[in-house]
Design a protein around this ligand. Structure first.
Ligand code: DGY
Length: 329
């Protein structure tokens, strides 16, 4: 029987599915550090990860490993050059999380614009003595301009929701989306600079790559309107968190909503000391149904990539399909 590692606690019924095909080594404890993950991968044919860093050195130390299935759409935790060089297949879990993530992005953007976290902390702190006409005045969402940076499937799901709020939609993306999609979303392609200057609510939904490290830093924040909000649903590292904390403290922008952080689960402490921010622990896809769908899709990928199950040899979501089916050198 082939051996697989499940690197994180996941739904037990998904583990049972994998046990039908494989000898399973399931880590139900703390997140595995690099050394422990290297050891646990060493004798495995496949692995299911959820954001765990998988390096070229780990792949080199795991000569039987043929596939690593990430339970996430993003896979910046994988050294893809290393995967390609070692002929190890990487898979991800796109699409099943689009709508839940877009719902959450909307909630985070609205919470930032309407100062919900700030108001709740104040209320819990026992400060509420009387209603005030100017208590926690925020910014409207309806009728405002949404700026989406990263118009992939989640960005499109976000933009689609803007219709109900009668918003203008601007977007920026590496490549322009098809005219039919632009028309459906009533979305206008603009440069990143124009979007930052014109949008009332900027939402980041682009994948992390070394090229867009700190794509939103002090210079970009300076382009934004003083009453604008910034929401990051994408990945830590796209925003320079220190520059953002500084911009929020000095009210260069009105508010921010962050679900992802540079170096998470550690946070830049400066973010904790500014009031005009909503902070959540990377939960944009966290509904029961969506996380189950992601776990099952990761399992489907693992089972198929290791030549088992009804789709043997045809994993649904290969990231580097050029290595699919190759034996390790
Ligand atoms: C994803 O799927 O990439 C989400 O951010 C969860 O990690």
């Amino acid at each position: 029987m082939q051996k697989v590692l499940i690197a994180r606690p996941i739904f037990p019924d998904v583990v049972e599915r994998l046990r039908q095909y494989f000898e399973v080594d399931w880590n139900t404890g703390e997140v595995l550090g690099a050394e422990a993950l290297t050891q646990r991968l060493a004798d495995k044919d496949g692995a299911l990860t959820a954001g765990d860093t998988v390096s070229a050195a780990m792949l080199a130390a795991a000569p039987r490993l043929r596939v690593v299935a990430n339970m996430a759409v993003g896979y910046n935790n994988f050294d893809m050059d290393g995967f390609n060089a070692a002929h190890v297949l990487a898979t991800n879990t796109p699409d099943v999380l689009n709508e839940s993530t877009a719902d959450f992005g909307w909630a985070l953007m609205m919470a930032a614009a309407r100062r919900m976290a700030e108001a709740e902390h104040w209320l819990r702190g026992g400060h509420w003595q009387k209603w005030a006409y100017d208590g926690f005045l925020g910014a409207d969402i309806h009728g405002s301009t949404l700026g989406v940076i990263g118009m992939g499937r989640i960005g499109q799901a976000l933009a689609r929701r803007a219709r109900g709020f009668n918003m203008q939609v601007l977007y920026h993306n590496r490549t322009r989306v098809a005219p039919a999609i632009e028309a459906e979303l009533n979305a206008h392609y603009v440069s990143k600079e124009a979007l930052l200057q014109r949008a009332d609510h900027v939402v980041l939904v682009l994948p992390y790559t070394p090229q867009n490290h700190h794509a939103i830093g002090a210079a970009e924040l300076a382009l934004m309107k003083p009453n604008a909000t910034l929401t990051n649903l994408a990945r830590g590292g796209i925003v320079d968190d220190a520059a953002l904390a500084d911009a929020l403290r000095h009210k260069r922008i009105a508010a921010a909503g962050l679900d992802v952080f540079e170096g998470e689960p550690q946070l830049n402490p400066a973010l904790l000391s500014v009031p005009n921010i909503v902070l959540t622990p990377h939960i944009a896809s966290a509904t029961e149904a969506t996380r189950r769908a992601m776990a099952n899709l990761a399992a489907d990928n693992l089972i198929a990539a290791l030549g088992e199950g009804p789709n043997a040899g045809r994993p649904p979501n290969p990231v580097n399909p050029q290595v699919s089916g190759r034996a390790r050198a």
